[in-house]
Each structure stands twice: as structure tokens, then as C-alpha cells.
Design a protein around this ligand. Structure first.
Ligand code: FDA
Length: 305
């Protein structure tokens, strides 16, 4: 029930505006979000990189409904990539991008052009771009965009969602030399016709996908906080004779930091997915929906003010 509540709150623009003016906002948000602007995200990135972590920046934006919003998102990414280079934070810091934020719902071609501009800025800065996975209705279009982008920017990566029944096949297609695939469980509410409904089946699919990616020639990016799946990934890497330089783990900023440190300490690359931007509210509600135990953290943040 709490999950439903937080997901509903994530979609409520009115609640979001209220929360942004509430005095408790900053303390609560800081655990999961770097801050509202590029200044804060550069500062937090510096700290993470100094701690031996890699980073993927995610600019949080409201649902993109106008061309102006899409252009502003493109410009934000291009500007932050320039600043990352200037700060000597590349290649340790890359960027994650949602094609919907670049205007896909308004004009597919425009979103593609925006993604190209971001890939060009990333190449200029000496780093990479990963396309986030969104709802299942967009998977084909995202993978087509990925293929086009990779012609000029071969290091562009994409996320695949283990909860989708199709994903084993997508992993097979993408387990090729030079390909970077982020494997995650999947975060959208999807119908049974396209996604496994049970957590156990999602985990089993994750392992099948992991086997394909680890056996293949690409670079697997294992995005999970699940201790069992992390252990299986380490095991599969050994089985397929991959060194720790030939795959990486990814986790969200603020989630299981002690596990991030343990993996880094054992020689793994751990990339922290670091969100920033004014539109932090829906993102925070989704993190709370994933793990209602985080509500305890929220309650403490409120009590301590
Ligand atoms: P699961 O949710 O089963 O959690 C396993 C364990 O991890 C929990 O039991 C708990 O111990 C711990 N944990 C999980 N969440 C926590 C939290 N918020 N706070 C504290 N502990 C927590 N999805 C998508 O659809 N498209 C995408 O592009 C991406 N991209 C992406 C990048 C990265 C780097 C990550 C880590 C995740 C994504 N996701 C995503 C989200 C992903 O699909 C999924 O919803 C979440 O990662 C949660 O799934 P887990 O694999 O962590 O397992």
C-alpha cells in the first residue's frame, strides 16, 4: 500500500510544488539527490570520484511536453559535460539520458538530434552516454536510436530491464564487441503480457540475461542493490574469465553505500547513478516506493529539524 501511495505522490505535480517549498525538503532530499544545479552535482561527483567511485549523472526533469523543455534539457547536458571536462572529472563521470526528456513524445527525430548533440559533447569531454530504459512501449525506439548513435559514437550504452520478457533476446543482440549494456530489474508498472509479474521470475530473468552478457563480448554494467544478484554476477565473471576491468556494478546514490565501498575495495568499478536538478520530487517518491524502510530516514530528517 505504501508503494502505491508513493508512486501516486510521484505523479502529483501539486504535491511536488508543495514539497519544494516545505522547510524539510533539503535534508530529506540530500541522501538521494546531489542538489538542484550543476554546481552541486560537480561537487558531489568530485567527492565520489575521490572515494574511488565512478559516476553517471542524471538530470531530473519534469515530463517534457514542449520543444523548449527538450532544448533546455539538451543544453543542460551539453553544459555539464563541458564543466566535467574542465574539472578533470572525465572519464570517471559519464551521463545517463532519457530520450523522453529530450522530446521523444513530441518529435522522435528531434529527440534523436538532441541525443546526438549530447553524445558529441560527451565524446569531446572524453566520456560516454548511457540511454535509460523507460516504459516497454519505448524499448524498440530506444534500441533503434542506440544503433544509430553507435555508428558515430560507438561507446554509447543502453539500459535493459530484466522484468521484460523480451530482454533475453535483446541481451543476445547487444552482447557484441564494444557494446555497453546496463542490466537492471526495471522500474515501471508493466502488464503481465510483456513483463514477468513475480519478483522471483524477474530475478531468474536477470540471471539468464547476466549469463548472456558475461558470456558475450560487450561490457556488462550490473545495476542492482540485490546482494544475491551481486554475488551471482561476481561468480559469473569468474566463470567466464572476466577481470574486474571487464564489467562494472552500478547503484543509486544513497543506496547501500557500504556495499559500494566493499565492491570498490575488492577492485571492482562501481558507478553511482547521481541525480540532480530542481525536479527531484518524483524521483525521491520512487525511491521511497522501492523501499518503504527509507521512510524511517525521512521521519528522522523531519524530527531533527
Ligand atoms: P530490489 O528492489 O529487489 O532490491 C534489492 C535490495 O536492495 C533490497 O532488499 C534492499 O536491501 C536494497 N535496496 C533496493 N532499493 C533500495 C533503496 N531505495 N534504499 C535502500 N535499499 C534498497 N530502471 C529502469 O526501468 N530503467 C533504467 O534505466 C534504470 N536505471 C538504473 C540505473 C541504476 C544504476 C540502478 C541501480 C537502477 C536503475 N533502474 C532503472 C532501477 C531498477 O530497475 C530497479 O527499480 C531498482 O534498482 C531496484 O531494484 P534492485 O535491483 O536494487 O532490487
Amino acid at each position: 500500500m505504501l508503494r502505491t501511495l508513493f508512486l501516486a505522490a510521484a505523479g502529483s505535480a501539486r504535491l511536488g510544488r508543495l514539497a519544494e517549498i516545505a522547510p524539510v525538503s533539503r535534508g530529506i532530499v540530500q541522501r538521494f539527490v546531489a542538489g538542484p544545479s550543476a554546481d552541486e552535482v560537480l561537487l558531489v561527483s568530485r567527492g565520489l570520484v575521490d572515494d574511488g567511485l565512478a559516476v553517471s549523472l542524471d538530470h531530473l526533469s519534469d515530463e517534457t511536453r514542449t520543444i523548449e523543455q527538450a532544448v533546455a534539457t539538451r543544453d543542460e547536458y551539453v553544459a555539464v559535460l563541458g564543466r566535467l571536462k574542465g574539472a578533470g572529472l572525465t572519464p570517471a563521470v559519464e551521463v545517463s539520458v532519457k530520450l523522453s526528456a529530450l522530446g521523444r513524445r513530441i518529435d522522435e527525430k528531434l529527440a534523436y538530434e538532441h541525443a546526438r548533440a549530447i553524445c558529441a559533447a560527451a565524446a569531446e569531454a572524453g566520456t560516454t552516454v548511457t540511454l535509460d530504459a523507460e516504459d516497454h512501449g519505448t524499448t524498440d525506439a530506444t534500441l533503434e536510436t542506440l544503433a544509430e548513435l553507435r555508428r558515430d559514437f560507438p561507446s554509447t550504452g543502453a539500459a535493459l530491464q530484466a522484468y521484460l520478457r523480451r530482454t533475453e533476446g535483446d541481451c543476445r543482440e547487444l552482447a557484441t564487441a564494444g557494446s555497453r549494456v546496463r542490466l537492471c530489474k526495471g522500474a515501471y508498472a508493466e502488464p503481465e503480457s510483456v513483463a514477468f509479474p513475480s519478483a522471483l521470475d524477474v530475478d531468474k530473468s536477470f540471471v539468464r540475461c547476466l549469463n548472456i552478457l558475461m558470456a558475450g563480448e560487450g561490457y556488462p554494467m550490473v545495476a542492482t542493490h540485490d546482494a544475491r544478484l551481486i554475488a551471482i554476477a561476481e561468480d559469473r565473471a569468474r566463470w567466464f574469465d572476466r577481470s574486474t576491468a571487464e564489467y562494472e556494478f552500478q547503484m543509486l546514490y544513497g543506496v547501500r553505500p557500504e556495499e559500494q565501498a566493499r565492491l570498490t575495495g575488492s577492485g571492482h568499478t562501481v558507478r553511482v547513478h547521481l541525480p540532480y536538478g530542481e525536479e527531484w520530487y518524483a524521483y525521491l517518491m520512487r525511491r521511497l516506493a522501492e523501499r518503504p524502510a527509507n521512510v524511517g530516514f525521512l521521519a528522522r530528517a523531519v524530527a531533527s529539524r
